[in-house]
Design a protein around this ligand. Structure first.
Ligand code: ZN
Ligand code: MN
Ligand code: MN
Length: 288
C-alpha cells in the first residue's frame, strides 16, 4: 500500500536541480515540488545542459516518476494585475518558467491564479485567461500543463472556489493545457471541511462538476494553524493543526485523494518534512 502513494515536499534548489531527486529519497519521499528559479525575483534563466543531464539521470537513478514532479511558480507573478507593466512582466516570467519546466522534463507548473487588487473578480479572471493564452501561444510546442492552485480567500486573491477555475478554463483557448491543485490548508481557510466524509464528498463533487476530477494533478498537503474558514493561510505540520490526525485520516480514506501526488508545504526544511512524511504514513496505517 505504502508504495502506491506519491508523497514528498517542496524542496530547496540551492544545491542545484540535479540534487533534488536524491534529497527527496533521503527524506522518505518519491515526489517533489521545486521553484524553477529564485521565487522572489523577476529574473530567471534556463538551466545549463550539464545540470539538465544530471537532473534527468538522477530522476531515473532515484526512481522518481515525472508524474510526481512539479514546479511552483514564483511569488511576484500576478496574471490578474490591473497594472499593465506587472501583467506583462508576469506573462514573460511565466513563459520562462514553462521553458525551464520543459528543459527539465517537468510536465506540471503550479500557479496561484492571481489577485485583482480591487479591479474585481470578473476583470481579474479575464486578465488571467488572457495571460495564460499568451503564454500557451508562445510555448505551443511544449508539453507543460499549468495547474491552478486553490488559494485562501485572503485579500483580492482569485481561485478560492473551483467555479472561478472553471471560468478561467472556459475563457482560454488552451483548456487542454490547464489542470488544478488542491491545497488542504487554503481549502480549509475557504471553508472546505475535509474532516468529515460529507465534506470530502462535496469537495470532490465540486471539483468534478466544475473542472473534471481528471484535471486534479496534485494535492498540497498542509495542516492549518487556524480554524475552518479563517482565511489566514498559515500552514501547520501534518496532524498538529485544526485539520488534525483524524481529519487527515478521513481525507486519506478517499481513493480519489490517494491517486493524486501529495506535496507538503509545511513549516521548516528537509528535516521537518521527513518527520511530516513519517507522520503521514502513520496516519495512513489502517486507512485502507
Ligand atoms: Zn502555492
Ligand atoms: Mn500550496
Ligand atoms: Mn499558503
Amino acid at each position: 500500500m505504502k508504495f502506491e502513494i506519491k508523497l514528498g515536499a517542496h524542496m530547496p534548489i540551492s544545491k542545484g536541480f540535479d540534487k533534488v531527486p536524491e534529497e527527496t529519497v533521503n527524506i522518505g519521499g518519491n515526489a517533489f515540488q521545486i521553484f524553477p528559479h529564485n521565487a522572489r525575483q523577476w529574473r530567471a534563466k534556463l538551466p545549463d545542459r550539464k545540470v539538465v543531464n544530471l537532473f534527468k539521470r538522477n530522476m531515473k537513478k532515484y526512481g522518481i516518476d515525472y508524474e510526481a514532479a512539479f514546479c511552483h511558480s514564483g511569488y511576484l507573478i500576478n496574471l490578474a494585475s490591473p497594472k499593465e507593466d506587472v501583467w506583462k512582466k508576469s506573462v514573460d516570467l511565466l513563459e520562462m518558467e514553462v521553458r525551464i519546466c520543459a528543459a527539465l522534463g517537468i510536465r506540471y507548473l503550479n500557479i496561484h491564479p492571481g489577485s485583482h487588487l480591487g479591479a474585481g473578480i470578473d476583470a481579474g479572471i479575464e486578465l488571467i485567461a488572457k495571460g495564460l493564452d499568451e503564454v500557451f501561444k508562445r510555448t505551443e510546442n511544449l508539453d507543460v500543463i499549468i495547474l491552478l492552485e486553490n488559494v485562501a480567500p485572503k485579500g483580492s486573491a482569485i481561485g478560492f472556489k473551483y467555479e472561478q477555475m472553471k471560468r478561467i478554463i472556459d475563457l482560454t483557448s488552451y483548456p487542454d493545457r490547464l489542470g488544478v491543485t488542491y491545497d488542504t490548508c487554503h481549502g480549509f481557510d475557504a471553508g472546505y471541511d475535509i474532516r468529515t466524509p460529507e465534506g470530502v464528498r462535496n469537495l470532490l463533487n465540486e471539483i468534478d462538476e466544475m473542472v473534471g476530477l481528471g484535471r486534479l494533478k496534485m494535492i498540497h498537503l498542509n495542516d492549518s494553524k487556524f480554524p475552518l474558514g479563517a482565511a489566514k493561510d498559515r500552514h501547520e505540520f501534518i496532524g498538529f493543526g485544526h485539520i488534525g490526525v483524524d481529519g487527515f485520516r478521513n481525507f486519506f480514506s478517499f481513493e480519489e485523494v490517494r491517486k493524486v501526488p501529495w506535496i507538503l508545504e509545511t513549516p521548516g526544511g528537509n528535516e521537518e518534512h521527513a518527520q511530516d512524511i513519517k507522520r503521514v504514513f502513520e496516519i495512513l496505517e489502517g486507512v485502507v
